[in-house]
Ligand binder design. Structure first.
Ligand code: DOR
Length: 441
């Protein structure tokens, strides 16, 4: 008897663990049921994907959605709306909200706020502190916990574990891979006088290469002593890429599109809009990050979506806050880079779905394979578009890439088989659920 499906995506070029090839994808009850030639099968809906690529759903493992605490910048609904418009199906959200996500109650509150209100599936990082370090083994195993995130240098918000003893204490209690913002707080404090009022080009002078490198060296040493797995967020220096290439047995590496696309040359054009922690740096670092992508040192891409309003950004440096919106532009920017020959589509998939699956152990996500959740990102590699502020769903309504022409565009977003975005329109109510994780070791 011919099979029936809820949904068939037909005639697209599927990119998955099997390589790239023309394959139909059949979905039932939110899961992938068949991959192959489904021309004789019937379905509730069949979508013609000829000329398009079908990718495993893109997971952005670093976003700041500001809820609770800062709804004028973002909330879980608006942030995730931007995500699905940009082709993202899964999100790991950061703990520097108000209150901070440092305990069971705050995590449960975020899950309650997100369920049925976010447009993607979601997980939340738990902030690691001196105070909660002894509870982290339990906290990191709670439903929807992505793991533990530590700020070694201060950035937006008050989370901070600057000292070796504190980092060692955290890593004594984590079993899952813990994520780190790696900048040396002591050096940041010493160098504060180097900030020049009104001059954002002094930002990477203050938060210099040595600030990042010193912290990452300390972190790797402590992780080795504690036999812990770590994830170093938003790497920005050539020196750290070289260092971390020697420690891939325990360290995973994230880079941001911002640090692959922007350099210190862009401060003249963008001013404080390009202000981020760790900073956008000289072109040699961007080039080294690309080599890290090409040579496999980099494991995942995150957007570090960190929205601040234009009004806040207009304050004179250093009063201006660090961070920019990014969840909606991750896929277009990187598809454009694929078309420019900077990486392959297969490597993009490795960085945005297979990578998060491998590092964080998502259950049933991160792969287009029979039995997995039907999270899919459909892209048109030939489509030319101009990124515009008016397209950005974030509460802050701006992107540093306003006016940039790109080739390659997300045209469809499916979360557990539900068509959430098609051709730029939001076409389903919010259906977000917690991402499940394989049991921690
Ligand atoms: O630039 C940044 N902004 N870096 C961070 O680490 C935090 C983020 C934010 O939350 O604004």
């Amino acid at each position: 008897m011919p099979q029936t499906f809820d949904l068939i995506l037909s005639g697209g070029a599927l990119v998955n663990q099997d390589g790239e090839g023309l394959r139909d994808v059949g979905v039932r009850d939110g899961k992938i049921l068949e991959i192959g030639d489904l021309s004789r099968a019937s379905a509730g809906e069949t979508i013609d994907c000829r000329g398009l690529h079908i990718l495993p759903g893109v997971v952005d493992s670093q976003v700041h959605f500001r809820e609770p605490g800062f709804p004028h910048k973002e909330d879980l609904e608006s942030g995730s709306r931007g995500a699905v418009l940009g082709g993202v199906t899964g999100l790991f959200e950061m703990p520097n909200t108000n209150p901070l996500t440092t305990g069971e109650a705050e995590l449960a509150d975020k899950v309650a706020r997100a369920t049925g209100r976010m447009h993607t599936d979601f997980a939340f990082w738990v902030g690691g502190t001196h105070e909660n370090a002894r509870d982290l083994a339990e906290l990191e195993r709670l439903p929807a916990a992505a793991g533990v995130k530590v700020f070694m240098g201060s950035s937006t918000g008050s989370l901070l574990v600057p000292d070796d003893e504190g980092v060692a204490l955290v890593l004594s209690h984590t079993r899952r891979r813990a994520a780190f913002h790696s900048e040396d707080e002591y050096r940041l404090n010493e160098r504060k006088p180097l900030r020049v009022e009104g001059d954002v080009t002094s930002h990477p002078v203050w938060r210099d290469v040595e600030t990042a490198l010193r912290s990452t060296q300390r972190l790797v040493r402590i992780a080795r002593e504690k036999r812990a797995l770590i994830h170093v967020l938003h790497i920005t220096t050539a020196e750290e890429i070289d260092l971390l290439a020697q420690h891939k047995d325990i360290v995973s590496v994230e880079v941001l599109p911002n640090h692959l696309m922007l350099t210190s040359d862009d401060y003249a054009r963008l001013g404080t809009l390009a202000q981020q922690n760790p900073p956008v740096r000289e072109p040699r670092h961007r080039d080294a990050l690309w080599r890290g992508v090409q040579q496999g040192v980099v494991d995942v891409l995150g957007s570090d979506h960190a929205p601040h309003t234009l009004e806040e950004k207009a304050q004179p440096y250093p009063k201006s806050p660090a961070g920019m919106a990014g969840v909606q532009t991750l896929v277009p920017l990187m598809l454009n880079a694929v078309n420019e020959g900077k990486l392959t589509l297969a490597r993009f998939v490795d960085l945005t779905s297979a990578g998060p699956l491998r590092l964080f152990g998502m259950a049933g996500k991160g792969r287009v394979a029979k039995g997995y959740d039907a999270d899919l990102t459909i892209v048109d590699m030939k489509r030319r578009e101009t990124i515009r502020n008016s397209w950005i769903a974030s509460r802050v309504g701006w992107t540093p890439y306003d006016g940039m022409e790109v080739t390659g565009w997300p045209v469809g977003t499916f979360v557990r088989g539900i068509k959430v975005m098609w051709e730029g329109d939001l076409v389903a109510p919010s259906i977000g659920e917690p991402i499940r994780f394989q049991a921690a070791p």
